[in-house]
Write a protein that binds this ligand. Structure first.
Ligand code: GTP
Length: 645
């Protein structure tokens, strides 16, 4: 009957579980956001690498073509022959071949062969229309003071030199419109240094191609080794040609520091993000400047992804936490309800226990097998057993007995009937064996239990019926007893006779006793004295009878003795014994001692004879005794004898 709960709502355990769930949610949201971020970062990295490599390829492809041409010109057999034996015809052939190349490559602004003294030997220029032409010998200049000539002369055999990318300067002035220019130089060695082949490459197309290599809104970036803008800086492009102190070193020194230290990376530039990579064209035989190649992601900060996923992480953490908190609240509410319910059940249980403790009936609960599960104090008191002693004991064979104290049959057990039928059983009179072996009369009701833990079991409610039984017995006895004399009354003694007549193996006999002249006792001593006489002689008769004999008062001063089995002689002897006893004794009434006699009519039952006929014959014998002088015994004659007489 006791209930248990594991924990209260709001207990430490509850909040620990809640906290754990919250932490778990935050951890899952965080981990998820972190994994997503990593995935996105990988994708972003791949995308950036891809776009950078496209720019790089664009640059390489263009410069490879220039390099191929400069190498072809520098190692030309015709040039070798001319240098060994200078012939005007070979010079002209060389000029024509340079001119042809210039026609094929419109981006080649100039193609020159310059001797080791820095003097131009062959020079192809372009007109404003773009058509190439051979610069006449008179217009050829000495370029020994130019930086690219000095750089070229310092190269080893087979090496090349690529100049920085800058704007073309003509006669000390920056040519307008701007003409971005690269110079690729390769020495000519036969085997000693004879001079240099120089191709001036116009970078305009290359920069344009790089500009269109990226999808919008990405923009290519190209800066020189000093961080000065060549491409992608808008108005800052080529600014260094006019003002040397420009570029990233000036614009954003902190980021420039980082850029210089890292071969590749990304830096924030205002609201933009610059993704960069340091590159250098060519292999080990190419002496080329370092460039900063990059792409600009306008309007997108470098930490956009982290910010996005941080915000997503925070958002999902908030969502998750909200859901967890709602679930916790729902859980808390449910637990609270359960707890209140539990408290109510416990309080009901306590009330029920109080009620069952205080109730005047014994209560026993059995399970479906009839085994005791619980009993109240009254049941313990009535039976003398404790709950612990009877717990799980099969109840019926232990306590259910018959009136005579023998074990009751299972078919007659109301508890077993209720368990098997599921119907309430009521029994007005059963007997339970107490612990000390007494038979306790009980009034019992057995109610099956339909639901709950003990479904299929039953509650046995019983009350001590001892007093009721005693009262019943007293009333029954009273109903059979003659109040005045204490012997059986007329109805009871005649019932005894009727019952005996039904038993075939018996031959009952009767003695009818009538006190003589009783009227005179009444008349002389009073009615109360008469009563006392009646009681006195009735007791005297009782004393002379055996236990099996029945004795009752059937009329005013008339009594009947019924013997279960009798012979005429035996019956006559009994009647005579009573008669002589009456005659011999005196009944004390006040100061008097009364001598009272009686007359007796004796009859033996004849087969088939009714009680009425038997009594009629006894009455006839009594009448005869009265008629013959009273204080005597007369045996009734048999029916045939009466008929014969
Ligand atoms: N005191 C008392 N008298 C009773 C009781 N019942 C009947 N009587 C009286 O018993 C008397 C019976 O009288 P009778 O029938 O004439 O018989 P008797 O006087 O005994 O005469 P015999 O039977 O012929 O010897 C009556 O006076 C009744 O009133 C009783 O319970 N108590």
């Amino acid at each position: 009957m006791s209930l248990h709960v594991l924990y209260r709502p709001g207990s430490l355990f509850f909040w620990l579980v809640g906290l754990l769930a919250l932490l778990l949610t935050v951890a899952i949201a965080g981990l998820n956001a972190y994994q997503q971020l990593q995935h996105e970062q990988r994708l972003q990295q791949q995308q950036r690498s891809y776009y950078l490599s496209r720019l790089h390829q664009e640059l390489n492809a263009t410069l490879d073509a220039v390099q191929l041409d400069v190498m072809r010109l520098a190692t030309s057999p015709l040039l070798t022959r001319y240098l060994q034996q200078p012939q005007p015809a070979d010079l002209e052939l060389l000029q024509q071949s340079y001119l042809s190349l210039a026609r094929l490559q419109p981006d080649y602004d100039q193609i020159r062969f310059i001797n080791r003294a820095g003097q131009e030997v062959i020079r192809i220029n372009r007109l404003a229309s773009g058509d190439p032409y051979i610069v006449p010998a008179a217009a050829l200049q000495n370029k020994a003071d130019r930086y690219y000539i000095r750089e070229g002369m310092r190269l080893g055999v087979g090496e090349r030199y690529l100049s920085p990318l800058d704007l073309n300067v003509e006669q000390g002035e920056i040519e307008v419109p701007y003409k971005p220019m690269l110079r690729m130089v390769m020495p000519v060695d036969q085997p000693q240094r004879e001079g240099l082949v120089v191709i001036n490459y116009r970078g305009h197309d290359l920069l344009q191609q790089m500009g269109s290599a990226l999808p919008s809104p990405l923009q290519p970036l190209l800066l020189n080794d000093a961080g000065q803008w060549l491409l992608g800086g808008g108005s800052r492009d080529w600014q260094f040609m006019f003002t040397p102190q420009t570029g990233l070193a000036v614009e954003m020194p902190a980021q420039w520091q980082q850029i210089q230290q890292q071969p590749r990376g990304a830096v924030a530039a205002g609201t933009d993000c610059y993704v960069y990579e340091w590159i250098r064209y060519g292999d080990g035989e190419m002496n080329a400047p370092r460039w900063l190649l990059g792409l600009n992601e306008p309007g997108r900060s470098c930490s956009a992804l982290q910010t996005h996923y941080f915000q997503a992480g925070v958002k999902w953490t908030l969502y998750g936490s909200t859901i967890v908190i709602i679930l916790l609240l729902v859980w808390y509410r449910t637990r609270l309800r359960q707890f209140h319910l539990y408290q109510r059940i416990r309080s009901n249980e306590q009330q029920l226990r109080l009620i069952t403790d205080e109730v005047g009936s014994g209560l026993i609960m059995v399970d479906r097998h009839g085994c005791t599960q619980w009993m109240n104090p009254e049941a313990e008191r009535l039976l003398g057993w404790t709950e612990a002693e009877l717990h799980d004991q099969v109840l019926h064979p232990l306590i259910h007995v018959t009136l005579s104290g023998e074990d009751a049959h299972a078919d007659d057990c109301p508890m077993l009937k209720a368990l098997s039928s599921g119907e309430r059983q009521q029994a007005d009179r059963e007997f339970f064996r107490t612990r000390d072996g007494r038979s306790l009369p009980v009034h019992t009701t057995v109610t099956p239990l339909p639901n709950g833990q003990y479904a299929g079991g039953a509650i046995i409610a019983f009350n001590d019926d001892s007093e009721h039984l005693a009262e019943e017995t007293r009333l029954r006895r009273q109903a059979m007893t003659d109040e005045l004399t204490g012997c059986l009354n007329r109805r009871a003694v005649l019932q005894v006779l009727d019952r005996l007549l039904l038993a075939l193996d018996r031959q009952p006999g009767v003695v009818l006793i009538d006190i003589d002249f009783f009227k005179q006792v009444n008349d002389h001593y009073g009615h109360a004295a008469g009563d006392r006489v009646l009681a006195y002689y009735a007791q005297e008769v009782r004393d002379l009878l055996r236990a099996n004999d029945s004795f009752g008062r059937i009329g005013g001063e008339e009594f009947l003795v019924v013997l279960e089995t009798a012979h005429a002689e035996h019956l006559l002897q009994l009647a005579e014994r009573i008669r002589s006893h009456f005659d011999a004794i005196r009944c004390p009434v006040d100061e008097h001692r009364l001598h009272v006699t009686a007359s007796f009519g004796v009859a033996i039952h004849q087969p088939g004879e009714s009680a009425h006929a038997l009594l009629a014959r006894a009455d006839a014998a009594l009448y005869l005794a009265k008629a013959n002088g009273r204080n005597r015994v007369e045996l009734a004659v048999a029916e045939e004898a009466v008929a014969a007489g």
